[in-house]
Design a protein around this ligand. Sequence first.
Ligand SMILES: CC(C)(COP(=O)(O)OP(=O)(O)OC[C@H]1O[C@@H](n2cnc3c(N)ncnc32)[C@H](O)[C@@H]1OP(=O)(O)O)[C@@H](O)C(=O)NCCC(=O)NCCS
Length: 453
Amino acid sequence: MATQPTTKPQDFEAFCRETFNPKKEFAKPEVLKGYRVLSCTQYILGPSCASYLAELGAEVIKIEAPRRGEAMRHTTPFNEPFLYPLSKWVPERGTGLGFLGANPNEYFVSIDFHRPEGQALVKNLAAKSDVFVENYRPGTFDRWGIGYRQLKEINPRLIYCWLGGFGGWGPGRVRASYDILGQSQGGNFGMTGKQEFLGGAPAKHTIWLADYWGGMMGATQVLAALYWRDHVSGEGTFTEYSQVHGVTRQLEYALPLYGKHGITRERWGNWDTQLCVHGIIKCGKSSYPQSENPQEMEEGYILISASADKDFARLCKAIGDTTLAGKYAKADIRVKAESQMEIYPALEKWAADKTKEQVAAIMDTNNIINQPVWNAKEVAEHPHWNERGAVRWLDDPTYGELLHQGPAYKMSATPPRLKWALKPVGADNEHIFGNLAGLTPDDIKRLEDQECI
Ligand SMILES: CC(C)(COP(=O)(O)OP(=O)(O)OC[C@H]1O[C@@H](n2cnc3c(N)ncnc32)[C@H](O)[C@@H]1OP(=O)(O)O)[C@@H](O)C(=O)NCCC(=O)NCCS
């Protein structure tokens, strides 16, 4: 006879809270501890790839150009030296905020890839590493004598992850690429942005989605290659990731639609081509009319999702509209373009005298999925994200207290974690070149004086 449990099982919420408690991250092991990654990366695409591995505990050594470091340190505002100093050699410059978020938990060294002594140093480190990540133009590292073909002679177990614009072969391969180009050529911007009759045009994302997504895909390739090496073949791998192709991979049904029916998917802005209601509407009143930030003084916006017939019926009841409820009761009629062109303006008319919070409260009362469109301040201050460590105050060893994103996922046994946000260029030259590469303090000083490191 089965024994009846004498105590109540822990509820799921309490179980998750205890299992994933961000305060206990550092008491648990790191899943990639013991793996060493060289990150010869710039901007966001390559750096984010390496940083995802660093969040999981890999020892990531970022190699930058001596003194000034990589381009991303110079491409964003707020790079005054008192904020995040650039390097001890260039005291008058700082590191721009764009560098934050793409390089946490890493060691920072500098090497000039042009110089024979610099190239020898890269080989020295690559011989002792598991993974090499770079995102320069195709063949640049090969030209410098430190590409995959040269490094695999030294270390056949090396996993070489190259992230580029268009891939390593083909007529368009040598062009420069950036996130914005990837999203444009990959087909994303062609369907992003408001409809022309709403005054819209193709729109770019403010954040570098193709870069961060590409970095994650690169990290996925690396993990698969590590599995292949460590559990199947014993051998390294050369991987390639095309930023443009990565965007095309996300086009959902747009390519099958074109292939089968010759229909080109169009922009549909803040509405949705497959579901209605499933979009963003404008609320007529600002939530912060006294704000000093002009965009906060603007009207608010809210996402409403009520695409199932019963949800749409409740939505119509909530806004007191019987006409829409009768006319558009069925999803397949509601989703048509001309229907949406009547439904969304009606919702906005109803919301014209309300803030996004007032609309949200009415939607909550009526059990309709909604979410006010939040800005960074609203995200930073929300208790849910703070409690979960998605947003956290980090006691950074170099820069002190700073607000930062935590890793975006949880793992019960081996949680990813945030140790530090960034360091100046070459901050770990002595530690890495001395302890790992075997250079003497005199070697390091000479190479630093010569700007080789
Ligand atoms: C970003 C990008 C456009 C920059 O192009 P680029 O600077 O003209 O060309 P490369 O990437 O081949 O970089 C070579 C240059 O890096 C510079 N460089 C950077 N770090 C260096 C270092 N540590 N040592 C020596 N040179 C260095 C040199 O000036 C070198 O040029 P040179 O050999 O002709 O003197 C290009 O790398 C690219 O398309 N990358 C793939 C897509 C990508 O990741 N884009 C950025 C993210 S959006």
